[in-house]
Ligand binder design. Sequence first.
Ligand SMILES: [Zn+2]
Ligand SMILES: [Zn+2]
Length: 136
Amino acid sequence: MSHIHPKDEPHAHLELKCPKDGTVMSKVVAGGVTIDRCEVCGAMWFDLNELERLLMGKVKSKEVDIGARTRTDAKIKTKNLDCPRDGERMKEIEYPDQSHVHIMKCPTCQGMLFDAGELVDVDKFTLLERMKAFFG
Ligand SMILES: [Zn+2]
Ligand SMILES: [Zn+2]
């Protein structure tokens, strides 16, 4: 895709804290996109357009989605989460065309937080939909 610019990531170097448990998130580079992932609960943070770029690239969602939280003893918040970029209270939304996946979205910066396993879920579904469209 010609409009993908892997280096166009002005905020990629900033450290983010996981909104769910406060852990400093790790940088994970996949397909030229740098995303932030919490190694405690497995949550993934995508800035605006990062998810799109990831899904359009040849990246397997399993490369960034560890699928499950690695530490079950940590205190994990599931409600009233604040955006790791700007502190804005995030809203729970349903992933488009996939009502069983609930993601947190920041109304200010449009960033999105996925729980562990949700990205794999979305990716599988997207693939399925593409196949359906192809085979009618
Ligand atoms: Zn976390
Ligand atoms: Zn935000």
